[in-house]
Design a protein around this ligand. Structure first.
Ligand code: FRU
Length: 475
């Protein structure tokens, strides 16, 4: 690996080295937040999955912990796949999928559900009675994974992803003790267009409704939506705990960016649902691999449900702890003579921009990670004619780059607030109070540090720009 690493993130969770994918086992236990993750500690690409581990007292400052799960038993010989964590009478309990390849070329696998426990939150012991679920239900198949467990009333419940033929499904189980599981039924399955395999399901009880979050493989793009080969969606509806049946009225992509998958939530001590996603994607290029690592998690996001069933993701309050040097600017006017105005410099920044919507410009927004000659830049803007929010990474740096857009209805509004979290190889964009979020990896040169506001095809006004430098938690 090259020694200087321009892509090392300042405040995102990333592996100490080598490969990371899904967040696993998010839990607030014994006064601390724990996060585990799919990890290959011996290579920069996917391999036999271990569970990496970080912990924090405040959700923003993280410390690496020893690897929590290592594959090697008969039932998890080829990997400890994704899963969740609960506090079981003071014991930190991990529930994960034991993975064995029967025939890797033919995609034949055997997947069973297992548990491991810890008294100190550091050293985990696999349950001698593993697996606790040793075979899929007849409605599923060998692809049977990613247990998410929660308590409802006196019982534990578990959702799992599976498939039958090319129909992705989520199934529900129930238990009194985490060891003996009773099959309840199919919670939901694809209508044929919603993916052939449903991964990483998560069911939350929020705003008087139930929201199912899951990551379908193989959904077809529809216009600007579902552009990733795999994506994470959410469904707002109602779960009937007795039959396991889930009925829904909303099915929507959760994050509209390039790099977001396999998200998982935890309910914390304040009763908030906090979500982290894998801030990468199976088919993304990962230029960090030349520096000895790959994969990261998004910033923590609090989930909120609107009255009409839409799920919003908002950066958690605690992120304000990372704020350092601050600058503030007001009333910036853009027109033909002045279509770009530099406002800040930096690679790890939080930006809060209030854009006036009464200008004549077709496009107005932000350029981040700009080189001095502006040849390198990441563009984030609103297209007023198209009524879309756009992120354009075609000139961002290494990697293929591309353009993502999502509908943004600004009719009747005076201002649009863009809230950005920029790190050395990522940018997360929040607007509309978290109803529109785009998470993206970018790989600019270390010297491309400019931040500007810009307009095209007319005038635009920015009422305020606030910029904070953010702390490097790994230093
Ligand atoms: C999702 C996923 C999960 C699986 C894990 C394996 O990204 O495919 O379904 O448990 O990754 O690493």
């Amino acid at each position: 690996p090259v020694s200087r690493d321009p892509f090392k993130l300042a405040y995102h969770i990333m592996p100490p080295k080598n490969w990371m994918n899904d967040p696993n086992g998010l839990v607030h236990w014994n006064g601390e937040y724990h996060i585990f993750y799919q990890h290959h500690p011996h290579g920069v690409t996917w391999g036999p999955m271990h569970w990496g581990h970080v912990k924090s007292t405040d959700l923003v400052h993280w410390k690496h912990e020893p690897i929590a799960l290592t594959p090697g038993e008969i039932y998890d010989a080829d990997g400890c796949f994704s899963g969740s964590a609960v506090d079981d009478n003071g014991k930190l309990t991990l529930i994960y999928t034991g993975h064995v390849f029967i025939d890797q070329e033919k995609d034949l696998v055997e997947q069973v559900q297992c548990i491991a426990t810890s008294e100190d939150g550091k050293v985990f012991t696999k349950y001698p009675g593993n697996p606790v679920i040793s075979a899929p239900p007849s409605e599923g198949s060998g692809h049977f994974r990613d247990p998410k467990v929660w308590k409802h009333g006196e019982s534990w419940y578990m959702v799992l992803g599976t498939r039958k033929g090319d129909i992705g499904k989520v199934v529900l189980y129930k238990s009194k003790d985490l060891h003996n599981w009773e099959y309840v039924g199919v919670m939901l399955e694809s209508n044929g267009l919603q993916g052939y395999m449903w991964e990483c399901p998560d069911l939350i009880e929020i705003g008087g409704r139930h929201v199912l979050i899951m990551s379908p493989q193989g959904m077809e793009p529809v216009g600007d939506r579902y552009q990733n080969r795999f994506q994470t969606v959410y469904l707002t509806g109602d779960l009937d705990y007795s039959t396991g049946r889930f009925t829904y009225d909303t099915f929507e992509e959760l994050d509209k960016g390039f790099d977001f998958y396999a998200a998982q939530t935890m309910k914390d001590k304040h009763g908030r649902y906090i979500l982290f996603g894998w801030m990468d994607m199976w088919d993304s290029q990962m230029p960090t691999q030349q520096h000895g690592w790959s994969g990261a998690l998004t910033i923590p996001r609090e989930l909120l449900l609107t009255h009409d069933g839409r799920l919003a993701m908002q950066p958690v309050e605690e992120l304000k702890k990372l704020r350092g040097r601050h600058s503030h600017k007001e009333n910036l006017l853009l027109d033909e003579t002045q279509s770009i105005l530099p406002v800040a410099n930096g690679a790890a920044l939080e930006l809060l921009v209030s854009l006036k919507l009464d200008g004549t410009a077709q496009k107005a927004g932000l350029l981040v990670r700009c080189s001095e000659d502006f040849r390198q830049q990441t563009r984030i803007y609103i297209d007023q004619n198209e009524q879309k929010l756009v992120v354009d990474t075609t000139a961002s740096g290494e990697g293929p780059g591309g353009i993502r857009m999502t509908p943004l209805n600004t009719k009747g509004q005076e201002e649009l607030i863009l809230h950005l979290f920029l790190d050395r190889s990522s940018v997360e964009i929040f607007t509309e109070d978290g109803l529109t979020v785009l998470s993206n990896r970018i790989y600019p040169e270390e010297t491309s540090l400019g931040v500007s506001v810009f307009a095209e095809g007319g005038t635009a006004a920015i009422s305020t720009v606030d910029v904070w430098e953010l702390e490097d938690i790994w230093e």
